[in-house]
Design a protein around this ligand. Structure first.
Ligand SMILES: *[C@@H]1O[C@H](CO)[C@@H](O)[C@H](O)[C@H]1NC(C)=O
Ligand SMILES: *[C@@H]1O[C@H](CO)[C@@H](O)[C@H](O)[C@H]1NC(C)=O
Ligand SMILES: *[C@@H]1O[C@H](CO)[C@@H](O)[C@H](O)[C@H]1NC(C)=O
Ligand SMILES: *[C@@H]1O[C@H](CO)[C@@H](O)[C@H](O)[C@H]1NC(C)=O
Ligand SMILES: *[C@@H]1O[C@H](CO)[C@@H](O)[C@H](O)[C@H]1NC(C)=O
Ligand SMILES: *[C@@H]1O[C@H](CO)[C@@H](O)[C@H](O)[C@H]1NC(C)=O
Ligand SMILES: *[C@@H]1O[C@H](CO)[C@@H](O)[C@H](O)[C@H]1NC(C)=O
Ligand SMILES: *[C@@H]1O[C@H](CO)[C@@H](O)[C@H](O)[C@H]1NC(C)=O
Ligand SMILES: *[C@@H]1O[C@H](CO)[C@@H](O)[C@H](O)[C@H]1NC(C)=O
Ligand SMILES: *[C@@H]1O[C@H](CO)[C@@H](O)[C@H](O)[C@H]1NC(C)=O
Ligand SMILES: *[C@@H]1O[C@H](CO)[C@@H](O)[C@H](O)[C@H]1NC(C)=O
Ligand SMILES: *[C@@H]1O[C@H](CO)[C@@H](O)[C@H](O)[C@H]1NC(C)=O
Length: 416
């Protein structure tokens, strides 16, 4: 390319990044293309290239069409202001083949974001994942290959996300991976399906291999885990959380991979309301042997590790299937294969000030494996009443209604 061509090319591509010093303000291409839905991803990518270090990126109050993946990582001292709508395309085949790997469970993301000393402000703007296309394509299956997480924070330190709104997320709405000192405050997520197919796997906030995390003031309406601390999440505090639908707040699933032990320490969930959910405040691990699990879409089990110093405090349960739970064979209970084999140790877990209602005849089920009984499980001021004491809790993945594993292998500090 000669210099003239290069200049022309830069001018065209940068047309909708208005760059004033260290501030880049973004406008959508549709404004100059008679409203056509031209992909804004190249301009977005360019704004971060120009202003991602010691700068500010502003999404103006417009609709942006995000038709291709975003990789805006390695930012430094950067402020982002989201004032418009980021409308991710519903082109399922495209995302399935192009979304960026996040390694965990071979999953992927539509937007990889991160850096050092970064602030993301959702100032009236929002992320629209166009999730209905994914809910319909998914047909209530689990963990479908290539179904992307909406927003992934990766390889970051001192990063703040305040006021982010995610509506109709494609899959997990937010994910923090390989990061330290990250906060999500005033987070709003709403995954609601208007078809016969549910919002399976629309987790609200998940974390993996990350330390020192805060989630404060979140309203999450979803069809799976509201908040899930996956392997090597340490020092997580989640407070003032409202969860509606799905499966409550959890540590897990962990213990999926034998070659990667999971250490989940110092985790506190505080002031949490769980409404109309299958589960409430719980810990879930895989069994101790490796088996193929169609309900999770892959192989898993045999992973070891430690869950220690976990507190669930000040919870209100409102029509929750199983409010309090420890399950050490969450993907093999139905088949009853190797249920008693997990070597992932769970200890020092507290449920404090838990009140409200259970949908079935059961408030709590603590099941620790024979291999690693659980010391120091404590309950303080727990008052859960049943909405229908004659209705049994269905065994996972079946309609059998036994009361199973109500309290197994819970020991005191002397090992009794
Ligand atoms: C960014 O700011 C930091 C701290 O003020 C400074 O050390 C660094 O040189 C700046 N980087 C660039 C590319 O301007
Ligand atoms: C994302 O961008 C970074 C540069 O910030 C680059 O090093 C990395 O390879 C990119 N990752 C992918 C999956 O494209
Ligand atoms: C962090 O980034 C902000 C701009 O976003 C800047 O004002 C501040 O000085 C940075 N802090 C440090 C410690 O560099
Ligand atoms: C992770 O961030 C550090 C800076 O903190 C950077 O040096 C490194 O290249 C990043 N790694 C990747 C894979 O982006
Ligand atoms: C969530 O989205 C559904 C469907 O768009 C809508 O009916 C509902 O009002 C939303 N909930 C909130 C709290 O915004
Ligand atoms: C969370 O909400 C409480 C109560 O509304 C408020 O006092 C607090 O400042 C909020 N926290 C953040 C980080 O915005
Ligand atoms: C508890 O969380 C709710 C949001 O679910 C919030 O409205 C309330 O202010 C919080 N209470 C305290 C004491 O922070
Ligand atoms: C967790 O950290 C330990 C080292 O402390 C490491 O051996 C293990 O592979 C990590 N697991 C995961 C899931 O990253
Ligand atoms: C857990 O918290 C204690 C007390 O703050 C701290 O000493 C310890 O290092 C933390 N553990 C981890 C794994 O961060
Ligand atoms: C347990 O974790 C909490 C934070 O969740 C921390 O304040 C406390 O010091 C930890 N206790 C121990 C014994 O590490
Ligand atoms: C438990 O909660 C129920 C329903 O709110 C209430 O009627 C009952 O008095 C409470 N029991 C205790 C021991 O506080
Ligand atoms: C309670 O559950 C039983 C068994 O599922 C059912 O027959 C009964 O109608 C339920 N009662 C109410 C009030 O929902």
């Amino acid at each position: 390319m000669n210099l003239w061509l290069l200049t022309l090319w830069v001018t065209l591509v940068t047309a909708w990044v208005d760059n004033q010093g260290t501030t880049c303000t973004l406008y959508p291409e549709s404004l100059t293309h008679q409203g056509q839905e031209v992909d804004d991803s190249p301009s977005i990518q360019q704004a971060f290239d120009m202003c991602g270090t010691n700068g500010t990126v502003i999404f103006s109050e417009n609709v942006f069409h995000v038709n291709t993946v975003l990789n805006t990582t390695n930012l430094l001292n950067c402020d982002v202001h989201l004032r418009g709508e980021l409308r991710f395309s519903a082109n399922v085949p495209y995302w399935r083949t192009h979304a960026i790997s996040v390694v965990l469970q071979d999953q992927v993301t539509a937007w990889l974001f991160g850096g050092h000393n970064v602030s993301f402000y959702g100032e009236g703007g929002f992320y629209n994942g166009n999730g209905q296309a994914w809910y319909n394509a998914n047909r209530n299956e689990s963990n479908q290959a290539g179904r992307p997480m909406s927003f992934t924070v990766y390889n970051s330190t001192d990063l703040r996300v305040d006021g982010l709104r995610v509506i109709q997320p494609q899959f997990w709405a937010t994910f923090v991976w390989a990061s330290k000192n990250v906060s999500f405050t005033n987070l709003f997520v709403n995954a609601t399906s208007d078809s016969e197919w549910g919002t399976m796997n629309t987790d609200g906030f998940d974390s993996w291999q990350s330390d020192n995390l805060l989630v404060e003031n979140a309203t999450i309406i979803m069809g799976d885990d509201c908040i899930a601390a996956k392997g090597n999440t340490t020092n997580l505090l989640a407070k003032n959380i409202y969860c509606e639908g799905g499966t409550g707040v959890t540590i897990g699933s962990i213990g999926q991979y034998p070659e990667m032990p999971d250490y989940n320490l110092n985790i506190t969930f505080e002031n949490v309301t769980i409404k109309d959910a299958m589960d409430g405040a719980y810990i879930k691990t895989w069994q101790g042997t490796r088996i193929f699990t169609p309900s999770n879409g892959d192989w898993g089990g045999g992973g070891t590790g430690l869950v220690k110093n976990v507190t669930f405090r000040d919870f209100v349960m409102d029509n929750v299937g199983l409010p309090i739970q420890v399950a050490q064979c969450v993907y093999s209970a139905g088949s009853n294969k190797s249920c008693n084999t997990s070597t992932l140790q769970i200890e020092d877990v507290k449920w404090e000030n838990i009140r409200g209602t259970s949908r079935f005849n059961i408030a709590s089920s603590i099941y620790c494996s024979d291999e690693v009984p659980c010391p120091n499980m404590s309950f303080e001021n727990v008052n859960i009443t049943s909405l229908n004491a004659t209705r049994g809790q269905a065994y996972y993945d079946t309609d059998i209604q036994y009361e199973l594993f109500q309290c197994t292998n819970v020991v005191d500090h002397l090992g009794n």
